[in-house]
Design a protein around this ligand. Structure first.
Ligand code: ADP
Ligand code: MG
Length: 648
């Protein structure tokens, strides 16, 4: 144990940021806002909170560090708890949606920016906190942007109260941390805050582009990884992919291919990293590969700047990521695979040169690189603003069009969101939060889901609503290995409901429960048992939230499942489409966009008069997923305000 503590201390002192420790402490003591820019891996996220703690800055409240990603919040908190030398949840804790591992005595708390926004609801001046560190500021997520405006205003309010003689109020310190050099914008916004630059270590990285565009980047990544493994010097490989599904499929492919390696070549060990993963597996990415073997880390852009993985010498960059986009044509949020920006590509490349010179294989051409955007467009300019607006309204900011955004969202985007919230009955005619809206803001799910939960109380199907939302919280609960697609389809028939995916999911859950989640059963029925466990977890959390909101989470509609679909329609009336005489489906909104039922849906190839869907994904066409059949007569009942308004 003592040995371990010693080596952790040594590690801490070896980080590039260590030499700036005293200056950082002094600057934070002397200034209300500080912007700190430092290369990824220099030690910002793990060290700065500890420095401030050691300097006594947690004497009047917790030091909070916000993160855009859950995995990062958990992982970094665990690491820092270890460095501080207390179990996680005591001096150092974390809090993410559906998982709180912090306590009143936590002095350093890592949290997602979404959770921070929720805390604002119960602690309007964030009096529990002495320092707010807004990390990964360069990512410019919607929530971080809202937090910027809020903490800025809170800091001012606390200053004003102190100026008026309030002895019980302490000032709030704000620290903005970013991995990219473009920090002037943050500084300007925070009253020309001082910018500190922390230099890191960076060895040269050689870039190798493909000559031709790649049709299938997963396949190209597979081939490249094995080439590196067989031809290049030791050192681990980091592959950037877009999501869990892709990561898992590449992991399988690597395992399959590895069997054919000649005995003289060492093992190639795939190490995936994503959110729904137990911590032992996650810790494995930080441990050195056994002698004579090589690790290949499969990550999303979490590994771009949030988490630094040691010993990477080779980066394979697919050039893509998933981002939450706003489909302006139909006004529906969708998760799209998109090209990254040049600055992301440079960050990814940099990951290969942390400890020695490295190689970066870009699976796209030099010309494609030149065509990338310089920087990612801030989420607020692309995204569905409704959750944000609800949070703003619930935190007492009435006039959202006047909010101090770092980048103002488009007026049309704001107005469209306000309209949708009005249709959901979250806002009244004057744009004020209604009782429903207030309740919706307190639920940790997007407004349409919150509406479904609230509606379920009236329709007496809360149990089913919770279950279906939990089931929808994972990408898919089914597994369909390409080699056994037919068997998987056959197994699925047992659960398939003629009414579509919502009830199919529910049937599957019932069957899963009847065998108590038996793993063999899952395997035989092509159910992803890890995802199912995650579903059960989310269900538990939603049950707690409903209980807290004074609802009865056990209220069930029994066999009358039609009511569940009506209940979902109350939140998703915008996601509806009608069958056309020519057999296609046209969305009711957005000037009648033609949508196609995704092959993974149980209604694929079926013709029903009206359908409702959970998400819209654009690949080669507008695919809809999570689809259920409706009667068109239900529509006007579900959203009288909405459909009434349209007719008028
Ligand atoms: P920055 O925020 O500047 O990018 P971090 O503070 O996240 O840097 O990381 C500093 C160092 O700590 C890195 O070298 C990283 O590899 C190491 N580190 C972070 N988390 C862990 C962990 N869970 N296990 C081992 N090392 C870690
Ligand atoms: Mg960091």
């Amino acid at each position: 144990m003592i040995q371990k503590a010693k080596s952790l201390k040594k590690h801490r002192q070896s980080l590039p940021i260590y030499s700036a420790r005293d200056v950082i402490i002094q600057e934070v003591k002397d200034n209300a806002c500080v912007v700190i820019v430092g290369e990824t891996g220099s030690g910002k996220t793990t060290q700065i909170p500890q420095y401030l703690l050691e300097a006594g800055l947690a004497a009047h409240g917790t030091i909070s560090v916000t993160q855009p990603r859950r995995v990062a919040a958990i992982n970094l908190a665990k690491r820092v708890a270890e460095e501080v030398g207390t179990p996680i949840g005591q001096k150092v804790g974390y809090s993410i949606r559906f998982d709180d591992s912090s306590s009143r005595e936590s002095l350093i708390k890592y949290m997602t920016d979404g959770i921070m926004l929720r805390e604002l609801l119960s602690d309007r001046l964030l009096l529990r906190y002495s320092v707010i560190i807004l990390d990964e500021a360069h990512e410019r997520t919607l929530r971080t942007d809202i937090l910027f405006g809020m903490v800025k205003s809170i800091q001012k309010q606390r200053q004003d109260m102190i100026a008026k003689g309030r002895k019980d109020i302490q000032p709030l310190k704000i620290v903005i941390m970013s991995a990219t050099l473009d920090a002037e914008k943050f500084s300007e916004y925070f009253y020309n805050a001082k910018i500190m630059y922390i230099s890191g270590r960076q060895f040269p990285v050689k870039i190798l582009n493909t000559v031709e565009p790649q049709a299938d980047y997963v396949d190209a990544a597979l081939v490249t990884a094995f080439q590196i493994h067989q031809e290049e010097a030791p050192g681990d490989i980091l592959i950037f992919l877009t999501g869990q599904e892709e990561i898992e499929s590449l992991e399988k492919l690597i395992e399959e291919y590895a069997v054919d390696l000649p005995a003289s070549v060492g093992k190639l060990i795939p190490c995936p990293i994503f959110a729904a993963q137990d911590s032992a597996t996650q810790q494995r990415i930080f441990e050195p590969a056994p002698q004579g073997t090589r690790k290949v880390i499969l990550a999303t852009n979490i590994a771009e700047t949030s988490i630094t993985i040691p010993n990477i010498r080779y980066v394979i960059d697919t050039g893509c990521h998933k981002s939450r986009g706003y489909n302006a044509r139909v006004g529906i949020e969708s998760l799209l695979v998109e090209p990254i920006s040049k600055s992301s590509a440079r960050q990814r490349m940099g990951r290969a040169g942390r400890e020695a010179p490295g190689l970066c294989f870009r699976l796209y051409t030099e010309d494609s690189f030149e065509m990338l955007e310089e920087d990612a467009i801030p989420e607020i300019k692309r995204c569905n603003l409704e959750s944000a607006i609800l949070s703003l309204k619930a935190t007492g900011i009435e006039n959202v069009t006047e909010f101090d955004f770092m980048d103002r969202p488009s007026k049309s985007g704001l107005l469209r969101s306000l309209e949708h919230l009005y249709a959901l009955e979250a806002l009244d005619d004057e744009g004020k939060l209604t009782e429903i809206g207030t309740k919706m803001a307190a639920f940790p799910v997007d407004p349409p889901y919150a509406k479904v939960l609230l509606q379920s109380e009236k329709m007496e199907c809360t149990k089913e609503a919770i279950e279906i939302i939990a089931l929808l919280s994972v990408d898919t609960i089914f597994s369909a290995p390409s080699s056994k697609r037919e068997e998987a389809n056959e197994a699925r028939q047992k659960f398939t409901s003629l009414d579509g995916d919502h009830l199919t999911l529910l049937n599957t859950l019932r069957a899963y429960e009847s065998v108590k989640g038996d793993r063999d059963w899952c395997r035989d029925n092509f159910i992803n048992s890890r995802h199912m466990r995650h579903v059960m977890d989310v269900r538990k959390q939603l049950v707690q939230f409903c209980e807290r909101a004074g609802m009865d989470p056990k209220k069930s509609c029994g066999h009358d499942l039609e009511i569940v679909l009506k209940c979902f329609l109350a939140g998703f009336f915008q996601n509806t489409a009608l069958l056309q005489p020519d057999g296609t489906y046209k969305s009711i909104l957005g000037g009648g966009l033609t949508v196609s039922i995704h092959p993974s849906s149980s209604l694929f190839g079926k013709k029903r008069e009206a359908i409702m869907y959970n998400e819209l994904v654009f690949t080669t066409k507008h695919y809809i997923r999570g689809v259920s059949a409706l009667e068109s007569a239900w529509l006007s009942q579900a959203a009288p305000k909405y459909f009434g308004q349209r007719q008028a």
